[in-house]
Write a protein that binds this ligand. Structure first.
Ligand SMILES: Nc1ncnc2c1ncn2[C@@H]1O[C@H](COP(=O)(O)OP(=O)(O)OC[C@H]2O[C@@H]([n+]3cccc(C(=O)O)c3)[C@H](O)[C@@H]2O)[C@@H](O)[C@H]1O
Ligand SMILES: Nc1ncnc2c1ncn2[C@@H]1O[C@H](COP(=O)(O)OP(=O)(O)OP(=O)(O)O)[C@@H](O)[C@H]1O
Ligand SMILES: [Mg+2]
Length: 276
C-alpha cells in the first residue's frame, strides 16, 4: 500500500494532476464559493473543525483567504483516540492562520453516550462514529451562537466512496474542497504554501488509535483517485482502467463496490411516494 502520496508524482495519471493554471483557477473558484455561501446565508463567517489533517488545514486556509482570519473560528476537539501530535498540529494551524480557536475535550460528552448505552462500547466503529457526530453537534452549537456557517472538509474521494460518517463529519453547510480528489487537495495545499509535514501527513479519520484511511479502505489514495477519475467519474471501462493504470480488476471492483454501497449517504433520506 502506497504511503508515498507525493503531490508532484510524475507517475500520477495526468487526468488527476492539476496544472499550475488550473491550481490557481481552482483556488480562486473555491475562495469565491466560500464567500458566496457565507453571503447567501447572511452569516458572520464560518466555523471549522481542525484535526491537524490536510483536508481541514486546506479548507481553513481557503476560508481565511475568502473571509479574513477574523471571520473564521476553529474548533480543536480532542478525544482519547486522537494523537497529541495531531491535536498540536491542529493548534499550530489555527495559530499559523491567526484565527480564533477553542480546544474542546469531547471525552466527557462521548462518555455520556457510552454510559447511557454500554452495550456498544466495545464496537470501535460505533463509538468512533459517536465522537465524529459529537464534533458535528459542537460545530453547529458555535455556528448557531455566532451566526456563522459550518465549513465542511469532505473531498471527492471520500464523498464517492462513502468514507465519512453519515450525519457526522458530513453534517456541514458546504464542502469547499468537495470536488477535488484527495491528491488534488494535496496539490492545492502545497500551492498555498502550507507546511510540508502537514501536506504529506498520512490521512487518518482518528476514529480509533492507529487508524489510517488507506489501510481501512484497502487502497492507496493514488490508486483510489486514479480509479475514481478514470472509471467511476470518467469514461474508461473496467478493462481499459486496468490496462491504463496497471491496477488489478479486483481493485477496480473494490472501488466500485465502495461507491455503490455508500449511495445512501449521498441521498436525502427516502420516503415512500405519496399515495394520494
Ligand atoms: N442501504 C442503506 N440505506 C439506508 N441507510 C443505510 C444503508 N446502509 C447503511 N445505512 C445506515 O448507515 C449507517 C452506517 O453509516 P455510518 O454511520 O456513516 O457508518 P459506517 O459507514 O459504517 O462507518 C463510517 C466510515 O467512514 C469512515 N470515516 C468516518 C468519519 C471520518 C472519516 C475521515 O476520513 O475522517 C472517515 C470510517 O472510518 C468508516 O469507514 C448504518 O448504521 C445505517 O443506519
Ligand atoms: N479531533 C478533531 N478536532 C476537530 N475536528 C476534527 C477532529 N477530527 C476530525 N475533525 C473534523 O472532521 C473532518 C474529517 O476528518 P478527515 O480525517 O477526513 O480530514 P482531515 O483530518 O482534515 O484530513 P485527513 O483525511 O488527511 O486526515 C476534519 O477535516 C475536521 O474538520
Ligand atoms: Mg484526519
Amino acid at each position: 500500500m502506497s504511503q508515498e502520496l507525493s503531490v508532484l508524482d510524475d507517475d500520477a495519471p495526468l487526468d488527476i494532476r492539476l496544472t499550475e493554471e488550473e491550481l490557481e483557477a481552482t483556488r480562486e473558484h473555491i475562495v469565491s464559493f466560500i464567500r458566496d455561501v457565507v453571503d447567501d446565508a447572511n452569516a458572520e463567517g464560518a466555523v471549522i473543525g481542525l484535526s491537524g489533517g490536510i483536508d481541514s488545514t486546506t479548507t481553513a486556509a481557503l476560508g481565511v483567504e475568502a473571509l479574513g482570519a477574523e471571520h473564521v473560528h476553529g474548533l480543536v476537539m480532542p478525544s482519547e483516540v486522537n494523537t497529541d501530535e495531531n491535536m498540536s498540529d491542529a493548534e499550530r494551524v489555527a495559530e499559523m492562520l491567526d484565527i480564533e480557536y477553542d480546544v474542546v475535550d469531547i471525552n466527557p460528552i462521548a462518555e455520556a453516550f457510552f454510559e447511557a448505552y454500554p452495550d456498544a462500547t466495545e464496537d470501535r466503529m460505533a463509538t468512533g462514529n459517536v465522537r465524529v457526530r459529537v464534533r458535528g453537534v459542537l460545530n453547529y452549537f458555535v455556528a448557531n451562537h455566532e451566526g456563522k456557517v459550518v465549513l465542511g472538509t469532505g473531498n471527492r474521494s471520500e464523498a464517492l466512496t462513502g468514507y465519512f460518517t453519515k450525519y457526522g463529519d458530513q453534517a456541514v453547510d458546504c464542502n469547499p474542497i468537495g470536488n477535488l480528489y484527495k491528491q488534488q487537495v494535496r496539490q492545492v495545499a502545497a500551492s498555498l504554501g502550507l507546511p510540508e509535514d502537514l501536506v504529506m501527513k498520512t490521512p487518518s479519520a482518528e476514529m480509533w488509535l492507529g487508524q489510517t484511511d488507506e489501510e481501512e479502505m484497502g487502497l492507496g489514495y493514488d490508486t483510489l483517485d486514479a480509479i475514481l477519475a478514470l472509471h467511476v467519474d470518467g469514461p474508461l471501462s473496467k478493462g481499459a482502467t486496468v490496462r491504463e493504470l496497471g491496477v488489478s480488476a479486483e481493485q477496480v471492483d473494490r472501488v466500485v463496490d465502495l461507491c455503490e454501497r455508500s449511495a445512501h449517504k449521498r441521498r436525502m433520506p427516502p420516503a415512500p411516494e405519496p399515495l394520494f
